[in-house]
Design a protein around this ligand. Sequence first.
Ligand code: PLP
Length: 462
Amino acid sequence: MVSKQQKIYSHFVNQIKEGVLQSGEVLPSTRDLAKLFKCHRFTAMTALQTLVAEGWVENSEKTRYRVSEKVPVTTSKTAQLNSKKSAQFKIVRPKPEIFTERERFRLEFWGGQPDLRLFPKDEFRRILSATLEKTKPDLLNYGHIDGLDSAKKEIAGYLRRTRNLLDKEFIITNGSQEALHLIAQTLIKPGDAIAVEAKGYPPAWRLFESLGAKIIPIEVDQEGLVTDQLEKLISLKKIKMIYTTPLHQYPTTVSLSPRRRQALIQLCEKYLIPILEDDYDYEFHYSGPPPAPLSQETVYGIYICSFSKVLFPGARLGVIACDEQLKEHLIYQKYLVSRQTDCLSQLALAAWLKDGGFEKHLRRMRRTYEKRFLHLQDHLLTLQKKNDLSWHVPTGGMSIWVNLNQDSSKVAHRAKKQGVFFQDEKGMDYRGKTGTHLRIGFAGVNESEIDQGMQTLAECLD
Ligand SMILES: Cc1ncc(COP(=O)(O)O)c(C=O)c1O
């Protein structure tokens, strides 16, 4: 007959071999083992000491027994599982390379990066905690697909007040990326053509492509999207949607000229084409108030914006403003994709808007970013004395699109080696062409960091 001591010993050896217990895991106390195996504590202790003597278990802390860090178990289930061949799934949508965990650099000049070090965490923590305390259980439940009524009222009020979006209905989304998804899912079927800016926002292109859309790139110049080229294309080909960033064009920061703006609206109304207007950084405009979104001038305008820049990207808060009939379809898609947006972040944003804290923070950040913008520009003027640099002076945004008049991918590569990150043109060109521009972000870096980054840039230029 097997003794209790033997039973305890074999129980643990098997569990370790099978990978149920892994290196470092704590074993039950001798008191608990005695209860479990209905034996004397001394019997349990003797079994554990045998395990220690054979190297299965360690008890360096005297009181606690742990699975040894160096158990040579090769027949464990985990090892067996790991050695299994991976499954052969038939992937129907190709996956280009994306960075789920991006490489970090000592200094990063990302074009759209807000300075999250300056986000008033204590103030927002108080808002969040008060919000949770006051929220009725029903608001924490399912439902409210397009946003909680009270939050939507406050957020829509802010957007109407600041953007004059008077005749639109609103949906709160998980960032503007979800907004893009819902709109494309509703209006685009595989094979449909979407016109986009030839230098533009890759996450939108990749999303449209993943839904089977055909992307048609349209050039951008000093007046923004080249509407003449768009018109020619529309006369030749059925375009199902136009995706554009008219206020601070991504990545060139050029604002669509009033002439082109009217041309775009007329084209869309003539050919009944929806304009998907991505207004990702409306709040950061420095030369006075920005023009109202073009979506408020036409029923074909579907407006999206994001709170990633004023709050933080991880908050995942965005908005769609569109016509009432389209809203119903978008709500259905949202129900399918995510059911709703996180209720606490909506309510906290609404409370922060209501108590004025949001706009106070925004004013503070706008002043800070404007100073950084001017500081970066001073550096560029100094660099220009010795180098062939030129740039369009943006009326707003969080970056400057600088023409280095040399291969900007090479310059960015050299800077990376010195621990400084710049976005080069290639990654933002639909055809992936190497260009001569860098998109230099100034919002996420302070003056002294700009000094260091520009020193590195100077060293990396030919
Ligand atoms: C063109 C553009 N659209 C949208 C966004 C914001 O996206 P989200 O709201 O998904 O964070 C960004 C952020 O950088 C952007 O550059």
